[in-house]
Write a new protein. Sequence first.
Lengths: 323, 337, 523
Amino acid sequence: MPSKFKTLVTNLVAAITVIGFAGCGKQETSPTPGASSTSGSQFIIGMCQCNLGEPWRVQMNADLQAAAAKHPELKLICKDAQNDTLQQRAQIEEFVSAKVNLLIVSPKEAQPLTEPVAHAIEAGIPVIVLDRRLMGDKYTCFIGADNQKIGKAAGEWIVKALGGKGNVVELMGLQTSTPGQDRHSGFMAGIAGSEIKIIFSADMKWLEPDARNEMESALARFDKIDLVYAHNDDGAHGAYLAAKAAGREKQVKFVGIDALPQEGVVYIQQGLLDATFQYPTGGAEAIDTAWKILHRETVPKEIVLGTRLFDRSNVAQGGVELK
Amino acid sequence: MANSSLTQNLGRLKKILASPAGRAFLALALVLLVGAIFNAGGAFFKPGTHRDALRQMSVYGILACGLTPVIIAGGIDLAVGSLLALVAVVCARMAIHWSYPGFLAVAAGLLAGTACGSISGLITARLRVQPFIATLAMMVFARGLAKYASGGMKVSTAILGADGSYHYVEVPALFRALDHRILGGNVSVVTLVFAVCIAMAWLLMSRHQCGRYIYAIGGNEEASRLSGVPVVGIKTLVYAFSGMCAAVAGICQAAQEQQGDPEAGAGYELIAIAMVVIGGTSLMGGRGGIGLTFLGVLTIGYLDKILSINAVPEAGRLVLTGIIIIIAVLTQRRQRA
Amino acid sequence: MKFPQPAPNAPQPPLLRMTGIGKQFGGIKVLEGVQFEVRAGEAHVLAGENGAGKSTLIKILGGIYREFAGRIELEGREERPKSPLHASELGIAIIHQELSLIGPMSVADNIFLGRLPARAGFVDRAVQEKQAAYWVQQLGLDLDVRQPVEQFPIAVQQLIEIAKALSQKARIIVMDEPTSALNAPEVHKLFGLIEALKRQACGIVYISHKMQEIERIADRITVLRDGRWIGTASAAELSAPKLIQWMVGREVSEQSPRHASHPGRELFRGENLSVFPRGRSRRPAVQDLSICVQSGEILGLGGLQGSGASELFLGLFGAYGPAVRGSVYLDGEKVELNSPRQAIQAGVALLTNDRKATGLVLPLSVIANATLADLSRLARRGWRCPNEERLAAETTTSSLRLRAASLDQPVGLLSGGNQQKVAIAKWLQVRPKLLLLDEPTRGIDVGAKQEIYQLMNEWTAQGIAIMLITSELPELLTLSDRILVLHRGRSTAEFSRAQATPERIMAAAMGSGSVSSCVKSNN
């Protein structure tokens, strides 16, 4: 009796672990209603997302599906690699053997995934690469945003908002990641030549609680802070809460990046942030480009997405596009 | 005459410093001294800085409160960071999206945390699975559950409407009450919550018979068993308590972020364990205490704050913190020999 | 390994000769003036009680103890084994009671551990396996040498150990209690093997306390007692009674106060008890034992290693969980004690034989240890009352005349005798009806021992029933009202105080006799 019980619960523990790993992200998402197939020219698009742990990627998949819903002849199948390079590689190979009409990949890393994508091209399947680059040029089209441009745009907006001079706190994203480095270098280019002073900068690793802690330190050290530039909206939000607790939120402006509809844009609407810059997911553009490819139109090798500025003056209109 | 009383006092001082509490105090005093020296233009002396430092370390400290009995009993709990996220999500959902009253959301959160902790405890104690493995599995499981319950997005005051647009609601009273300052703006409410957790944990370990049993099991499990100590029950209890503290931490975290983030708390368990160890509680079990953990929380918490106000770059912070942890553990070891 | 050939008509020196062997630890002499000799082609039994010095002698031979007085000669050449590896190079192989095989490693790896056939540092696996297979076959075993040893039953593992010894080309093979895990046919096979080894001119040193085996296998027998050599004789000359007399013969002194009996009603009765420490499918440590104790009585359990006495105590105390078959009656009521908690609540207390490992929590204070078993009663609804605890601890420890600087210091700092007193205090605190004492005076100085004997008198006067295990015969004889002797889990003899003599007890402990104890007394 005891050993039977033991086996049962050992299996339970194993099951829990398996479910746990599976629960780290949704597995497959079924195509949205409206894209159901009718016989005739139906195109199957395989989409391989490196992980659905970040809200931004959840948004990317949402954008893809919303865009695909508008084209009844497109059927979108999404797979989630749960941030595992080998799994992503396997999923790409699965799509290739299933002979999908087109592949969209948002790769976790460049080096290990370049070859599977090259195989797909050789098998005659066009591939759109989203957000992170691969090596070489064996793909059909790369669609992504440019963090340096966004950082520069933020810098320029800040110069204008502060009239060319002021004390700025920079709360940086993980400086060992490319987006963090680009958003910083772009920003520095944007404020070059002005009298903006960065009085305090810290690496908050994209995390809101860390940003809040760093902002508290800045508030303790400096009596005059004019603006906080955070590399993401979470950071800006955390900084805002710190300032609010100190009673100084009215004296400080807050600028973030990402502009997810349920985070950054809402914060602008609520009056917490002063500006945020969209880091576009490229979902809609990907479907557009896919449609063009499937209808045998030529597409550019690279599409660099622009960004949208959301601030108090234009948030109601859905922001303003910046080149 | 004067000489002998001097040597007597020195001897007494040496004895105090050799005790675990003395060494923990020493470590804290050194950190505070460093802060006084590198005070970032006087920022270290402002009362606001101390209030903020205490606020900042409270969530970690609450986790450390729950971890201390587990470690003293000879186990470990790696799941507390994930349980924090799970409860943050559950609490935020109930308080923000479903507009339940605060006490219900808190009760649900505490229940979820305690239940998950009990499961870890049962798997460890009854099924004799190693605590490292059992709580690692729970860590993964709870994180998955948190993501599932939140739909992968943060549970915030922005609610998705049927037409795809977002409307937002008020931050619930529970969160506002927790992320608040009292006593003339000098103490954060979460710091008080931390203090309450310290007190509860101290009562359990020092004044309740379960506390004595916990020390006994950590000191010699077999001898305890053969003395009639209910080993399975006590082990389950400590993990349940740890889960409950993780739940409290999760609620405080959600209140301070004004949202339930399924990714919250990642890596927090290691920081909390470091706080317990620096305080002087041994990972082997059987020795240590809540008071020591409290000192350990202050030590690491203040170290963090000092590095922050001095805007030490990230690489430097990691290196310094690592070195200090090693030094603290080494000084403990030398005294034992 | 080739020994130098002696001149044709010269007397052959023995394979092994140890003379004047002495060993002390600190100031305590464990061996003094011991002589021991083994000839080629003989099986020489080394006999003696627990603590006589047999294992120490063997450890010296095996290179585990490097420092010793005296002389060892191997075929006339003086040698001093400096390490186990050196000893095996000298041709000495020791098969310990606790097998020294490494479970997860393969048979071949185990056999060649430390002597791997290698070429330029790389292990030659094929050669190793072939050689291992050869040696294993010599023992009549047919198995795959690549399998991990832990897969094979203990009996086979023992033979693998012997194969290891043979592959080392050992001439002197020491077997320490080799049959403890074997059944009758396996023992028979082992003995056949020993005969074969004798024919190959090996010398076998065989340590055992089983009379039957000694009678079957021995060519000569050497007896040690209290670290001294008592005598060596050929098996033909040494009768069993004489052997026993050599082993135990000593003046049983009247130093310790004879226990005053106060027998009362029957407090504990066990019928057809079997204890299965490792689960129902494995061999029981105690089989079909019937036993009873009256209140105020001390029942001594005699027996040598492997008798099952300690396991009996642990089983009765519920330490193995529900692992006891048979009926247990406490104070007339049938009880099932499936956990230590249940046992304590029923009024049973167990003082284990290893206070550091299973008796005390060393980092905790004297008070904490002394109150550990009774904590719920001393607490108020779960909240501890430190004053009550201190009071209780002071009461019990003062009645034991504990000497400690303060009751708050950790017990790990106390001396062995005082530590034992704290363990005893813990059990006094729960006011047991039945007290199981396993080696209560082990590792304790003489003064403390006397105090404990005195206390046992007091306890029986209060009506507590005591079961006592002790490997010191004089202690057993002095303290017990009755003595039950166990051998391999069964009872072999029962003596009243008047009937008990060291020789009778030793004979029963070595296997002769069988008795059913506890004829139902009419109360």
